[in-house]
Design a protein around this ligand. Structure first.
Ligand SMILES: C[S@@+](CC[C@H](N)C(=O)[O-])C[C@H]1O[C@@H](n2cnc3c(N)ncnc32)[C@H](O)[C@@H]1O
Length: 240
């Protein structure tokens, strides 16, 4: 990444905290995802495969970064017949993925230093992962690096609800109810306090689209999901 020593320490400390947090909640992660979102998360992941299917060649090679327990990787495998590699830096999350979907190829690795050569994949996806990286900008450049020329990136992430009254309601739910329910079920309230905190810090739809363009993507666009609670951004690797 070409970092100074204090920056490197900050990135490593951030990664350590995120990895330990997901290790603590790995056993309850899927249950809480479905419960806290009222199962809408499944529909959000399907929207990624619906968007990518017409853009990719048959049996595309897809890297699913920050794959966690593998739900997006499985959707890519089942819905578009992709040859999927799921990558994550948290072993307990990967162990869950392996139990649920033995057909997936899973690799332990860091999104900020992907263990793949340039130009390796037809598409790269990242679902609810970009928000957790120490640097969104660096993450986007690294995802671009491993894409084939003209390959597609799909970023599924929480975003900023677009209707003001609805936004206030969602914010209240995220700040008050979600840490309480998440804390009770996972025994890690801090993990479910981190969730709304990290969402509020994450760039909104337009800003993320701009960051993707600056990182070397063309044809950047986004689709709001459930009135902007989440958004699906896509972009095509542009040659610089
Ligand atoms: C909220 S989960 C998302 C999991 C999955 N994509 C999904 O849709 O449910 C975020 C995942 O990102 C992983 N992660 C965060 N930072 C990472 C990094 N730098 N490299 C690899 N994985 C990372 C975490 O370990 C965790 O499994």
């Amino acid at each position: 990444m070409g970092l100074t020593e204090p920056d490197r320490e900050r990135v490593e400390e951030h990664a350590r905290q995120v990895r330990e947090m997901f290790a603590r909640i790995s056993g309850r992660y899927d249950l809480l995802n479905h419960l806290l979102s009222g199962n809408i998360d499944k529909r959000w992941r399907r929207s990624v495969t619906r968007k990518l299917r017409p853009l990719l060649p048959p049996k595309p090679k897809v890297l699913d970064v920050a794959c966690g327990t593998g739900d997006l990787s499985s959707a890519l495998f089942e819905n578009i017949g992709a040859q999927v590699i799921g990558l994550d830096f948290c072993r307990p999350m990967l162990e869950r993925a392996a139990e649920k979907a033995p057909e997936l190829s899973l690799i332990e690795g860091d999104a900020l230093q992907l263990p793949f050569a340039d130009h390796s994949f037809d598409a790269v996806t990242i679902g609810f992962g970009l928000r957790n990286l120490a640097s969104v900008e660096h993450g986007l450049r690294e995802l671009r690096r491993v894409l084939k020329p003209d390959g597609w990136l799909a970023v599924l992430e929480f975003s900023h609800p677009v209707v003001p009254g609805f936004r206030a309601l969602v914010n209240r739910y995220c700040m008050r109810l979600l840490p309480w329910i998440g804390g009770m079920i996972s025994s890690s309230r801090s993990a479910y306090q981190y969730l709304p905190d990290s969402i509020s810090r994450f760039p909104d739809q337009q800003r993320l689209a701009k960051l993707m363009t600056e990182a070397g993507f063309a044809e950047v666009g986004f689709e709001n999901l459930t009135a902007g609670i989440a958004a699906l951004h896509t972009g095509r690797r542009k040659e610089l």
